[in-house]
Design a binder for this molecule. Sequence first.
Ligand SMILES: *Cc1c(COP(=O)(O)O)cnc(C)c1O
Length: 857
Amino acid sequence: MRAIRRFTVRPVLPDELSGLGDLAANLRWSWHPETQDVFRAMDPELWESVHRDPVRMLGAVGPRRLAELAGDRRFRTMVELAVADLEHYLTGPGWFGERAQEADRPAPRSIAYFSPEFGITAVLPQYSGGLGILAGDHLKTASDLGVPLVGVGLLYRHGYFRQSLSREGWQEETYPVLDPDGLPISLLREDDGRPAQVEVPVPGDAPLRARIWVAQVGRVPLLLLDSDVEENPSALREVTDRLYGGTTEHRLLQELLLGVGGVRALRAHSRITGAPDPEVFHTNEGHAGFLGVERIRELTTEGPQLDFDTALEVSRAGTVFTTHTPVPAGIDRFPRDLVEQYFGGNSPTPGVPVERVLALGAEDFDGGDAGVFNMAVMGFRLAQRANGVSELHGQVSRGMFNGLWSDFDVTDVPITSITNGVHAPTWVAREVFELASSAGADVEGAGVWDAVDKVPAGDIWSTKRVLRQRLVDDARRRVHASWLNRGAARAELGWVDSVLDPDVLTIGFARRVPSYKRLTLMLRDPARLKRLLLDPERPVQLVIAGKSHPADDGGKRLIQEIVRFADDPEVRHRIVFLPNYDIAMAQPLYPGCDVWLNNPLRPYEACGTSGMKAALNGGLNLSILDGWWDEWYDGNNGWAIPSADVVHDADHRDDIEATALYDLIEHEVAPRFYDVDAAGVPTRWIEMVRHTLKSLGPKVLATRMVRDYVDRLYAPSAVASRALNGDYGRAAEFADWKRRVVEAWPGVRVEHVESSGLADAPEVGSRVQVRVFASLGSLAPSDVEVQLVHGAVAHEDDLVDVATSALRPVEEYEGGRHRFEGEVTLGTTGPFGYTVRVLPRHDRMAAPAELGLVALP
Ligand SMILES: *Cc1c(COP(=O)(O)O)cnc(C)c1O
């Protein structure tokens, strides 16, 4: 494999066209059609054959054509305008710049965003699915909004795999070698020109070394660590070989490089470029969690030489952790012994005691496994703020990780949620933007969603047909190529020209193929599916895609089932499986679909984003009420497939849900789609499209998501981090206080509760006085909050619509025993109840449950 080293020779551009180099070097081209136009104009055919990759385009175009273009005044102007536009884009204040002007809104100086994968463009294939696409959208949106973010990831020499099919429909994987010199990235270099390197000690004689590539994503730099350097022994060169491949130990090495090496790469980047050191570290899923251990090492062994607990507080204050999966098998876990072996010997973070590291990932709670080191658990312990990625997922995560705060009710578990969003400039078809601007709005501008009503129904409909036709053309190309690859002769493939029909109701289904996503639910009753596809009056057609993890034969069997069904000559013009789902396929897929189907097993879809991309392109969602759809389905913006959650037999449940799916397609979706007026326009369908755009448009945008992250997590985290970094004494005091409270807590008790003022017939507005007598042991009243928790009583004595209010300390009536008092006003009719609880209280806590301590009567 290594015998041939390939190099891409970068072209020397004529001076007049040097701007092309700047345009190719900033990935903003990937979401800016006008910049793509510049490259296309150089040679439209060549542009397609280099898969719309500017770096390859510049390498392929040839000196003669370059000279010609240098002499072409119109082309030069095009380049100049695009460069000026990029300059303008990079230097404006953006939403964040304006926000930072407001006195009472603290702005983080810089935020580091760590992720094991980044899906930015098809030409930088460093992602496998939703997590990576989300990370890419996060970076692009931060750039658009002017949020000072820097991304940190790994550069995988083979990226993720390319999927193809065998004759029998079995998934096959290939791992093309990526030549970094042919990618839109450049090496971070020291002032003397040498590539900057980081080192991470690992067992054995040699440390793991990596160089740092920088991808420029608009104004956001993305640092990608690459272990394929000459100085590494060959086994270590392979650490960044591929995404999600290899043994458990291989994955641990990758995660050490990402977390520990990632922080070191950030420091090198700041040192060399003068970029500010991040105040907030965002861990996108558990994989990068070791970044917190490295920051503790910095604080304990360098500069301030803090003790571990103080360093932990400093680091936690500036860390945000996002969990991404409710599937227990999806949680990243290592054998404890393996982690011990790494951190116990030639530790990647020398000076940090191995037992402290092990404690961070320990499953030392009910149902936990003592032999396991859990990266998600470490993520929560190392981050003062944490979230899930939809409301439902937040709720499910609070239940899943309740063990870390086991004395608290699920609702008090300090995991909030911020629902994912998608980057419109990447995912919305150009024609849709043009339609919006024809009605006097740009898709991200204010009031844009109301402009949807001004676009004539006929125009919406004809645009959807253009987009459907584009998808049909792309699908035919892919089916043709796939069959050649499966061993068919060209002459046998005439039928491919009539695969799919641009006037038929088109349903899309594309995603990774873990079992909970139920790729084959639609095949539950093959005869019924066939009838839907072949209906003479109201046919539907299905476009399906998805990769299975290479080690998951179960997933590959599901793909094979679909492929075999789609191979049938009777239906193959109405259903296709397109191999190698990636960004390049996804971009024409979402706009070309009328309906986006999603039928996961509720509640395992943490959020899902593909349906959001479909919605922004005027597609209607047909989905199980899971993830984001559970939150934003309103009865009219698509269809909800009823979920048979209560049925425990998996087969039976699938039958019920599949039947509901067929019924919806047959009785609701297809009739509406084919119900056209005299002009051939399905007006009731278009009404639903308009409603989808107006109701979902503002919510599903990644601009909404990133603003939420800034306002709700990054800014508070920056404030906390700044306070502790500005005065380590405060961190030490907080760490001491925590230690003291943990020790004293067994002595904290509610002794007695009294109330008065309750009349025989209380009414709304009546007041109740409550007195609590509590023993605080060695703690002072200021160390705790005594809370009155009140609400309406539902069945089984549960309180609903709960509100809390703090009682005030009144007197110490006996040594260590204090009386607290307060009052509550009855706000609603019906059964009313209250309870009291004592919690630790400190200004530096981010949530009442932070210490996991509570005392109840
Ligand atoms: C959006 C997208 C995904 C994620 O979609 P989900 O709905 O979260 O499954 C995966 N792959 C590609 C190529 C995408 O564009």
